[in-house]
Structure formats: C-alpha cells, structure tokens
Design a protein around this ligand. Structure first.
Ligand code: GLU
Ligand code: ZN
Length: 295
C-alpha cells in the first residue's frame, strides 16, 4: 500500500484543558485531513511534567471524543519518546551542531531573547547545562496556506536555541520536528502562535533530512480583555453538552458558512457536512481573532 497522501495531527499540551481556541485549531486540522480522506493523528505533547495539570490529558481526550473529533491509530505520548530525543541530542552534540550552555537567566537579560552566543565555543560538558542548537546566519521561510509568506533570519532574530533544558526536559522545537517526521506528517495545521517557531523547525528538518510539511496557521482566539487563549491560560474544560453550538462557533471562526438548516445538527452530522464543504481559503488571514466578534 502506498503511504497516504495526507497525514495531519493535533498535538495538545496538557498544561491545561482544551479551550475554545484549541478547539478551533483541532477542528481546522481535523477537517483539513478529513476533507481529502487523510489520516488525523493525536499526539500528547507531555514534555513538561511540572507544568502539566493533573487530569488534563484525560479531559482533552474526553473532550475530543464528545465533540466527535475521532483520531486515527493509537495516541502517541511524547513522554514515551525520551530515548529518541536523547539520541538526537547526542548526535547533534557529537557533530558539533549543538553545544552545552551554562549561562544563567541573569546573564542573558537585555538580549531580547536572542542568545548572544557566549558558550558557542566554550566547550562545556553537557552535564548540568542547557543544550543549544547552533543556527546558521540564514533566513528560513515558507509559504503558509493562510498567513502567506513568513520568514525569519535565524541568526539575527532567533539565535542558537535550546533543544534540551538545563533541568533535562526536552524542548518542544526538537520533539515536534522529530515526531512529525517519524509519524510521516504531511500537513501541520495549528494556531498562529506557532508561526514564529516554524523557521526553527524548518532548520531542524533540514538537519534531519526530513521532508518539509505544508503549513496552515489558524488565527489565535483572543478574549474580550485581550487575553490570548494560550497554553498557560487556565480555562475550564469545554462542556460536553455544548459540543454542537461550540463546533458551529468554531466553524464560524474559521470562515466556514454553515447553512441555517444545520443549526440544530448533532456533532457527527455537523462534522461530516463541514468536511465535505471545507474551504481553507475562507479562513481569516489574520494572526488573531477576537472571540467577542464571533457569533
Ligand atoms: N503542543 C503545541 C501546543 O499545544 C502544539 C504543537 C504543534 O501543533 O506543533 O501549543
Ligand atoms: Zn551560554
């Protein structure tokens, strides 16, 4: 059998429950896959136990199920993949592409998040140190299906970035690239808060010799007070008994025009209709959307 032409995924972090913004991202990625008969995988990005909210993993799975967003295959947990991440870290260290950094937070103040390279040639051992990936003095860009052309100069705008923290936790950037490649993901559909992570991920893909997926970044939902519905925001779980109206609202946020006749439809019917009529070209070309402006 040939590899499927489309493999998408949803990759929640259990640092909180799914909120309306994550529902919008999950729905977009689900529909984009189902519209073309593709596979839709689920990966739990549980790399940071101290920031994990107890019960969030189960709650996320239950919400997806009660909203009719059924995934293909078995759930993958990043917490089960430490050996793979560590092997990659060691390869990158051995080849000189990565190095150990012992800089304190204080030493890095005033550099606006761009690592000034203090430890680049220091030859520190990897124990009790962060591991950083050396970035090239090059610009990396891609053509996002919704947001258009996006590029960043890795040397000037990002700097050598952390791939394993000093406390031993693996960085999102490293794990996401390795796992997307391992799972054969062809299409990444996620929130626009990750647009500025993508050039780093393109560089890592290049190092791994992994194919570059297509990207689609959906607008981030902003609350009335301007608060981003982001990872750290603690919102209650999305109520199971509100699945249909919230799916309708999420479709509306994604620019999909749902006929009045579907106003009372149950989630499976709604999703089936939405997959058949999915038009990613209607997604607002904006990095953020105010929740208050949605019906
Ligand atoms: N785990 C990330 C998050 O919850 C998403 C990763 C991705 O889709 O690349 O923000
Ligand atoms: Zn350093």
């Amino acid at each position: 059998m040939n590899a499927p032409a489309y493999i998408g995924r949803f990759a929640p972090t259990p640092s909180g429950y799914l909120h309306f913004g994550s529902l919008v991202a999950a729905l977009a990625s689900y529909l984009d896959a189902r519209a073309v008969g593709g596979r839709w995988l689920l990966r739990m990005e549980d790399l940071d136990p101290p920031r994990e909210v107890p019960g969030a993993q189960d709650a996320i799975l239950r919400t997806l199920e009660s909203y009719g967003l059924h995934w293909d295959g078995v759930l993958v947990r990043q917490s089960a993949r430490h050996a793979e991440y560590q092997a990659l870290i060691e390869r990158l260290l051995d080849s000189g592409l990565a190095y150990a950094c012992t800089c304190s937070r204080k030493q890095l103040e005033g550099y606006h998040g761009v690592y000034p390279g203090f430890c680049r040639d220091a030859g520190h051992g990897p124990r009790d140190a962060a591991i950083r990936l050396r970035v090239p003095q090059l610009s990396y860009g891609f053509d996002d299906r919704v947001q258009g052309e996006y590029r960043q100069h890795l040397g000037r705008e990002v700097g050598d970035f952390v791939i394993r923290r000093r406390d031993g936790l693996y960085a999102y950037q490293l794990a996401v690239v390795l796992d997307d490649a391992w799972q054969g993901v062809t299409d990444v559909v996620r929130g626009a808060d990750l647009l500025d992570s993508t050039p780093r991920q393109l560089y890592l893909q290049e190092l791994l010799g992994a194919p570059q997926p297509r990207y689609l970044h959906v607008p981030l939902i902003i609350q009335p007070d301007g608060h981003k519905l982001g990872k750290s925001y603690r919102s209650p779980p999305l109520p199971a008994d509100r699945a249909a109206p919230l799916l309708l609202r999420a479709l509306h946020a994604l620019g999909q025009e749902v006929p009045e006749a579907l106003a009372e439809a149950r989630p499976p019917h709604l999703l089936e209709w939405a997959a058949r009529h999915w038009d990613a070209g209607r997604i607002p070309r904006s990095r953020t959307l105010a929740e208050a402006q949605l019906r």
